[in-house]
Design a protein around this ligand. Sequence first.
Ligand SMILES: [Zn+2]
Length: 207
Amino acid sequence: MTVYLLANNEYDENCYCVLDNGHHCLVIDPGCQAQSVKDFLREEEAELRGILLTHGHFDHITSAQELSEWAGVPIIAAKAEAALLKDPSLNLSAFALNKGISLVPTRLVEDGETIDILYEPLQVIATPGHTPGGVCYYMEDDGIVFTGDTLFREAVGRTDFPLSDSEALTKSINERLFVLPPKTEVYPGHGRSTYIAHERKVHGQAY
Ligand SMILES: [Zn+2]
């Protein structure tokens, strides 16, 4: 299991390619230009198996539809995020891009579900707050969690967007993320990676 970061200069957003030993790949939050994902897959001789979304804001989903159609793979997102994904005003694409995005995921997941696309499963952890249907994807065996815009290195997600909820975000971080093993590596939607232990220290045990 290897994690590659495809940074995106335009939005300063992190798109991750997760590769298993069989060269199967999952792409998380392809806000990146679709081309850099395609180039990566070609260089690694990897086969794209699915697209995971941590949440629906435009900078995390811009390339999802194109990649899904190109590779014939599902787009997976939280059921609680479906309305935001579909609505260009709520996913902010109406304001940020020339063309609004209205995305309908192929598969809708809920808290506790397991995604068995790679050799190792990913567990869905619901972390509402930044958006209503924000989720993190946890790989227990590898000790990795993809946190989208819920938790960053020494910072947390913004809650000044429509449908954001700062109390819910605090609860999500304390009760769902800070309870993970301290050595768990955190791959956020923006900025550098970090560890649960470090974030607990920075935020004083509880956020
Ligand atoms: Zn966001």
